[in-house]
Design a protein around this ligand. Structure first.
Ligand code: SAH
Length: 444
């Protein structure tokens, strides 16, 4: 029986919740199947003489059961489904033959003949897509991805839209009162590819998006025309919308039944006032959730090849706002303690006060030659970086005319600062092979 030629199969979804599924074998194929089975809630029993590290870990945490040893008759007792994933074809054939006798559905991981097979599966927004393309797994995966993308565009089929519909069966834009919600979403820094999958999902479901200045504008450009975008960075008569006004807008749209996304740069809880917005929504009785984001504090240094921690170099990093000078009475940062803390210092919003901050750190005992770097417009085509010893950092930044938004890194790992190649999109942005940064180098 050749599954690709003799049968198109009968597509079926199984509820495996709590049901025993036996997986014979513990190599890479088994690991992938076990992941899918666990996600479906199956009671997984792995039979194998040796376990891969990840399966051994799952077993140690009690998340799967294991019988270590060679496959033998009787191993399939009590199973609802069998996956033959052994490295030896003869073992898989024996498992398949035994399953057949027991009238158990058996999947083979080695492409051999078997009565059942697993499609390429993807899930998003309550939609499950399963595609089979004979033996062409790559084609199946590509079709699955295309289907998922198409499903994401069908807004009225998604759960949030149903919620709105349930509140009065109205279409987009005339939603029912009292059924809306707010999602505070981290958009990541600079590149639209740095939003999370969950964040993108919220955007796809949004009726209203209230956006910050530092988010990747392409995220907005991709929204359907009927999504109402509110630019929280611009209001008549002021440079930025006041926080109370932003809260009021979120609440108002949610009360009118809309799915509101508050899209913020980086992570909403890192200098993002995310919790203030959550509190405002809760106080108004609005359901609210938070989708974390990739913070610039970690990702922007990484865009220039700088890790915020590095084995043997630094055992931690401290993220600090430099929006007020150390001498300013409003400053609550203990710069002196930070100077002696031994962690990488990551400064946000610090371009204006970098000279005073460097002087304060040096006065408190941090070596003036400590490697330092500044990365501006991280993950954008305009990204630029300079590296310099701490004592020269402010001057190097001035000379290079680096401006906000920028992240400053002070510590040994800043010595890794290196230019990025010309790529402006995530898959293209690679680092030039190791070239330690000479002091004062401008990588623009
Ligand atoms: N919530 C955000 C930080 C907001 S504070 C986050 O988690 O990333 C704003 C500061 O973040 C800026 O002044 C700058 O220091 C930093 N920043 C944000 N995006 C940046 C980018 N693309 N490049 C460089 N710095 C960035």
């Amino acid at each position: 029986m050749d599954i690709s030629s003799t049968s198109q199969g009968y597509p079926l979804s199984l509820c495996l919740d709590g049901r025993r599924v036996v997986v014979v074998g513990a190599g890479a194929v088994a690991v992938r199947h076990v992941a899918g089975l666990r996600a479906a809630g199956a009671d997984v029993l792995v039979i194998a003489p040796r376990l891969s590290a990840s399966l051994a870990d799952l077993a140690a945490r009690g998340l799967i059961k294991v019988r270590q040893g060679n496959y033998r008759a009787g191993d399939l007792d009590g199973a609802w489904l069998v996956l033959a994933c052994a490295s030896q074809a003869a073992v898989n054939s024996a498992v398949t033959a035994d399953s057949e006798k027991l009238r158990l559905w058996c999947v083979r991981g080695d492409g051999g003949e078997a009565p059942a097979w697993v499609p390429a599966v993807g899930r998003a927004g309550g939609v499950t897509v399963a595609v089979s393309a004979g033996r062409d797994g790559r084609r199946a995966a590509a079709v699955r991805d295309a289907c998922l993308a198409a499903a994401a565009g069908i807004r009225d089929g998604l759960p949030l839209r149903k919620d709105v519909a349930a509140g009065g069966g109205r279409s987009h834009g005339e939603a029912a009162r009292g059924t809306g919600r707010v999602s505070i979403v981290g958009g990541g820094p600079g590149d639209p590819g740095l939003i999370t999958v969950a964040g993108l999902e919220r955007l796809r479901q949004a009726d209203v998006v209230v956006a910050d200045r530092l988010i990747a504008s392409e995220l907005l450009a991709r929204l359907p025309d009927d999504v109402h975008v509110i630019d929280a960075a611009k209001v008549p008569g002021g440079p930025a919308m006041r926080q109370e006004d932003i809260n009021a807008v979120l609440i108002q749209h949610a009360l009118e039944g809309r799915a509101v996304v508050r899209l913020k740069g980086g992570d909403p809880y890192v200098f993002g006032r995310g919790r203030e917005e959550v509190d405002a929504c809760l106080a108004a009785g609005i359901p609210v959730d938070t989708v974390p984001g990739v913070t610039s504090a970690v990702a922007v240094p990484a865009a220039a090849g700088i890790p915020v921690t590095h084995r043997g170099m630094t055992q931690g990093f401290s993220v600090v706002s430099g929006h007020v000078s150390p001498a300013d009475p409003r400053s609550t940062v203990n710069w002196r303690a930070l100077a002696r803390g031994g962690t990488t210092l990551v400064l946000l919003m610090a371009v204006e006060h970098v000279a005073e901050i460097a002087a304060e750190l040096i006065a408190a005992g941090l070596t003036a030659g400590t490697p330092s770097a500044c990365v501006a417009d991280g993950w954008t085509p305009q990204q630029r970086a300079v590296a310099a010893p701490l004592r020269e950092l402010a001057r190097a930044m001035r000379t290079a005319k680096l401006r906000n938004p920028a992240v400053i890194v002070i510590g040994e790992t800043a010595g890794y600062c290196s230019p990025a190649t010309a790529g402006t999109r995530l898959p293209l942005r690679a680092l030039v092979p190791a070239r330690p940064a000479p002091p004062g180098k401008d990588f623009s």
